[in-house]
Design a protein around this ligand. Structure first.
Ligand code: ADP
Ligand SMILES: N[C@@H](CCOP(=O)(O)O)C(=O)O
Length: 292
């Protein structure tokens, strides 16, 4: 049996749409075991315990790319990453599926190769990169279809307070609410903040972070489909907020808090809202995917 642990991720980080992503200390762990034939699922929600399962589909795709076969497989999951909440649950499945193919066939692990395959399957690199390599990264796919990622340090004092509601937002839907075209002015608004946001995360410069956070590429459209976005933002800003953004494509909202003592107050105020916002304090994960 082989086992991998993959971290949750928060993609975009405001101005870095489809580009930036950070790995967080919340995990999904997957076991892969060869069986005589077919596929078995253990620990998955019933709706995902079938041959369309993203881990299984990815495993098959990766096996084809590696030109390897297996007789059958039992896939087990222990999952703490909420599904369709903008914390990269689909990436945990994609990354695990690719790792599963490598490990079950004794193929030498190569994180860059795994990243390339996972990026092709997921379609955008901002979640799969931090899920594989850990920490904060900026990624792109070149014109020649090469997946490139660069990793940055995140000061470990950062407190990522994930505010997770009881409703799902699928990434597919959240991409559909965005316009086909954006203005040059809006593109500049986001692009011009990118370098400063990265520097603020590297250096724990909360004052800089607070000043430069902002986006006009995806957030203005997506906040409309996240119930109580404005109410949650207002509560955070009243109590403690050095940065507030939609995690991935939502529905989770991410609040950077300076003092953990303030979390209780935020929790109390969120309890007055309708959508059962559940605050979870996360730190940056430095390792990315690990084979256990
Ligand atoms: N633990 C899981 N088990 C099976 N499938 C999963 C799991 N987590 C995510 N998925 C797949 O990924 C989809 C959610 O992806 P997406 O909408 O991008 O949400 P997220 O923001 O959490 O990545 C699910 O509908 C399912 O197909
Ligand atoms: N850049 C993507 C990121 C989606 O992240 P997820 O965690 O919501 O799957 C997007 O914003 O569409």
């Amino acid at each position: 049996m082989v086992k991998v642990r993959v971290p949750a991720t928060s993609a975009n980080i405001d101005c870095g749409f489809d580009t930036l992503g950070v790995a967080l200390t919340l995990y999904a762990t997957f076991d892969f075991e060869i069986i005589e034939s077919g596929v078995e699922f253990v620990g998955f929600e019933e709706r995902f315990a079938n041959e369309e399962n993203l881990v299984y589909v990815t495993l098959q795709t990766a096996l084809k790319k590696l030109k390897k076969t297996i007789s059958g497989v039992r896939i087990s999951i222990q999952n703490d990453v909420p599904i369709s909440r903008g914390l990269g649950s689909s990436s945990t499945c994609v990354v695990a599926g690719v790792y599963g193919a490598y490990l079950l066939t004794n193929t030498k692990l190569d994180k860059q190769e795994i990243f390339t395959i996972a990026n092709e399957i997921e379609g955008h690199p901002d979640n799969v990169s931090p899920a594989i390599f850990g920490s904060l990264s900026s990624s792109c796919t070149t014109d020649g279809k090469e997946a490139i990622t660069v990793k940055y340090k995140v000061d470990e004092r950062f407190n990522f307070l994930a505010l997770i509601p009881d409703f799902e937002t699928s990434t597919e839907q959240a991409r559909k609410v965005m316009p086909e075209k954006i203005s040059l002015k809006d593109a500049i608004y986001s692009l011009s903040r990118l370098g400063s946001v990265i520097k603020a995360f590297e250096t724990y410069n909360l004052t800089l972070l607070k000043k430069v956070m902002g986006d006009k590429i995806h957030e203005p459209y997506r906040k409309r489909i996240i119930h109580e976005y404005q109410e949650v933002k207002k509560i955070c800003e009243k109590v403690d907020s050095k940065g507030f953004f939609i995690s991935g494509s939502g529905s989770t909202l991410m609040n950077i808090v300076e003092c953990v003592e303030n979390i209780e107050k935020i929790k109390e105020d969120l309890a007055k809202l309708k959508y059962n916002w559940h605050p979870v304090l996360l730190k940056v994960d430095m390792e990315g995917t690990v084979v256990l």
